[in-house]
Ligand binder design. Structure first.
Ligand SMILES: [Zn+2]
Length: 480
């Protein structure tokens, strides 16, 4: 069986899951479920990023040992993802021994290859971003993302990764693999960045206790970003399970936000090249969600709790909104009004009413048993074939919104078909008995197909429609 290994970004545990982070996990989950539906042996990895100084600080503020704090947050995150029906197969924490083994192995490979060297870092550091900043990254001397927090001027012994050496290999890789970074708009941004020249990056912090020590200099810990990226490889055995690693590496897909494409599409592949390991096959940088056109942030106090959104109209409604209403790869907007409206139109009217009407008629007129009679046209069946082809093309290319739209095209057409064929009128005419059976069969079959296509997007509604105990009366045609 062909395997498919996909990952999401791992989350800092110093804040709670919100609609923005949930958006990424839900979209990745749709891809994972789609791959499983297509028969891939799928491994879907998520996790938490724990070696952050902000996590360390937050834990101390709450009077907790950092690990105890991370344990508590793991529960918060897992609960949130479960609530959204996110079907991850593995959940990695960067404080786990398996991750420590992976990080130790990878940094040692790069060090042994001569691509990590000792130096002194002197410059700005934004503690909130946990990023070294160049003068050109700052606005009026402040981090543009954290204008109220003065960046720190630090001077310390650091180890540096020879990123500059990988400028040409990266350009060659991008040229040979146009699909490596998607969508194209982000690929072009990254290409311009690489072409403009790469400078070596710091990979360690001195004098800190919270992190993974460098194997050759335990007085320094691996810089949190370098550490975090390695989770994708350590989860599948790097440094501790060579057989597993051979089976699952390289990853087929990293789903990440557009703000961290530089780390994933430049630094991460260069690290792997230096370690002489295969680079991931594809990286997809999704856009951001706004609320009524406004950026969502803790400072603005407009973060949406995904549990509240799911609680209002159901998890499937939230999933459908995020997948169908936002072109995957671009930015999207959320508003409670549109959310309610989409629920009424898509789920309650178009899908829900259709299922209940066809089921009721199938039971009333045919005791819930339908078989084709050949009396009628094959218009819906032909449309179904076209829709499946469109859906697969869209989903294979991660155009998730088009996949959802394709499924709903079949639902809309089935509603029109019912209106045009008027089964309730056919039922009054004994001569139309075969025609009525065929009409109901066609409608039920179109609903079954739509439900299968929607399984990755709205898994519980899809399952409910396909339930052989019969809400949709499709027992004889349930997928095998
Ligand atoms: Zn910052």
């Amino acid at each position: 069986m062909t395997r498919f290994f996909l990952t999401t970004a791992i989350d800092y545990v110093n804040s709670q899951p919100h609609l923005g982070t949930s958006y990424e996990k839900i979209c990745a989950d749709v891809i994972a479920r789609y791959k499983r539906l297509c028969g891939f042996d799928t491994l879907f990895l998520m996790g938490n990023d724990e070696h952050s100084q902000n996590v360390f600080k937050k834990a101390s503020e709450e009077g907790l040992d950092p690990l105890a704090y991370c344990d508590r947050m793991e529960d918060v995150f897992r609960t949130a993802w479960r609530r959204l029906d996110v079907s991850f197969d593995d959940f990695i924490r960067t404080t786990e021994p398996r991750h420590k083994a992976g990080v130790t192995d990878l940094v040692k490979r790069i060090y042994d290859a001569g691509d990590i060297y000792e130096g002194v870092y002197e410059g700005w550091y934004c503690v909130s971003c946990e990023e070294f900043k160049q003068e050109k990254d700052l606005a009026d001397g402040n981090c543009p993302l954290h204008p109220t927090l003065k960046p720190e001027w630090i001077r310390e012994k650091n180890y540096f990764f020879r990123l500059s050496k990988y400028q040409q290999p990266l350009l060659d890789h991008f040229a040979a693999h146009p699909e490596f970074m998607q969508p194209d708009m982000r690929r072009n941004e990254i290409l311009r960045l690489i072409e403009s020249g790469l400078i070596d990056v710091s990979v360690s912090r001195a004098g800190q206790s919270w992190g993974i020590p460098l194997p050759w200099d335990p007085g320094s810990v691996v810089y949190v970003w370098f550490d975090a990226l390695i989770n994708y490889a350590s989860a599948v055995g790097l440094g501790h399970d060579p057989q597993m690693f051979a089976r699952w590496w390289p990853a087929d897909l990293h789903v990440i936000g557009k703000d961290i494409t530089r780390f994933h599409a430049v630094i991460w592949p260069a690290m792997l090249m230096a370690a002489q390991l295969p680079v991931p096959r594809q990286i997809f940088g999704h856009g951001f969600m706004t609320l009524n056109g406004q950026r969502m942030s803790k400072t603005l106090g407009n973060l949406i709790d995904p549990g509240d959104a799911a609680g209002r109209l159901g998890t499937d409604t939230l999933r459908l909104y995020l997948v169908k209403e936002v072109a995957f790869g671009g930015d999207g907007d959320f508003s409670w009004e549109r959310y309610d409206e989409r629920y009424n139109v898509d789920l309650a009217n178009n899908l829900g009413n259709l299922v209940s009407r066809v089921t009721t008629m199938a039971v009333r007129y045919r005791q819930g048993r339908l078989a084709p009679t050949g009396a009628g046209s094959d218009q819906l069946a032909r449309l179904g074939e076209r829709v499946i082809a469109d859906y697969r093309r869209a989903m294979d290319g991660f155009a998730l919104h088009e996949g959802a739209a394709a499924a709903f095209r079949l639902i809309d057409a089935t509603n029109e078909f019912i209106a045009a064929t008027s089964p309730w009128a056919l039922a009054k005419d004994a001569a139309s008995a075969d025609r009525l059976t065929q009409v109901l069969f066609d409608a039920a079959e179109a609903i079954r197909l739509s439900a299968v296509l929607l399984l990755p997007i709205i898994p519980s509604s899809g399952r409910e429609i396909l339930d052989p105990s019969g809400r949709a009366g499709t027992r004889r045609h349930a997928p095998t």
